[in-house]
Design a protein around this ligand. Structure first.
Ligand code: FMN
Length: 204
């Protein structure tokens, strides 16, 4: 396989569209204002304590509200809520009350005031334990203080049941995708054992 190599010294195109990311909606609340924005740059970073990180530009109204309140909620959305993801990504809460304009159904979190979206498959209620500036974004590290989820969307050990629900993924620009219901099981120990024996599983 011959790969295309590109120097990133000159940043013409986005560099980050090579792999899909979950398109979440991050909600925030301060000074009587609720806001929602699309966030693709997010990840779990610790199991115990449970920590979740989001990367937010300081240009976003959300940034201001999180700085003010020290709280946010990460809402994991199904594919059919793609329109809402695109709409909350397309305007700023500085100009639009997105909850009113887009009739977003929600309730306050159980441990934070930021909103838990009714149509989210799962929502992580977070309290900020640190903010770290990197490049043109700030990483907010949140301690997950409560999780709300739709039980029918999850199966064994809390894994998303892709037979029943489809998560919304972001592939760049204004393009979205989803994960199909073909999860497969890989036995790490058995695979390593076979590789050690010199008969690795063939890749098709
Ligand atoms: C799918 C998608 C994902 C996005 N992810 C991020 C992100 O991770 N961090 C960020 O700062 N902006 C991200 N954005 C841009 C914000 O969602 C957008 O600027 C939004 O209008 C900010 O709203 P606010 O000013 O009300 O906070 C994303 C946009 C899209 C379309």
């Amino acid at each position: 396989m011959t790969k295309t190599v590109r120097s990133l010294k000159v940043l013409e195109d986005p560099f980050n569209y090579h792999y899909p990311a979950g398109a979440t909606i991050v909600t925030s609340h301060a000074n009587g204002r609720n806001n929602a924005m699309a966030v693709a740059w997010h990840t779990a970073i610790s199991r115990n304590p449970a920590l979740y990180a989001i990367s937010i530009s300081d240009k976003r109204f959300t940034h201001e509200l999180i700085m003010e309140s020290g709280e946010f909620v990460v809402n994991f959305m199904p594919q059919e809520m793609g329109d809402l993801v695109a709409m909350v990504a397309g305007c700023s809460g500085r100009e639009v009350d997105k909850f009113r304009a887009f009739e977003i159904e929600s309730s306050p979190g159980s441990e934070v005031e930021a909103a838990v979206l009714t149509r989210a498959l799962a929502s992580y209620e977070c309290k900020v334990m640190g903010r770290h500036p990197y490049g043109d974004h700030d990483i907010f590290v949140g301690e997950i203080v409560a999780v709300q989820y739709e039980p029918s969307a999850f199966g064994e050990r809390g894994r998303l049941d892709l037979e029943r629900v489809k998560p919304i993924l972001y592939v760049g620009g204004d393009w979205y995708s989803t994960a199909e219901a073909n999860s497969f099981y890989l036995d790490r120990a058995a695979l390593i054992e076979r590789a050690k024996e010199g008969s690795p599983t063939p890749r098709s």
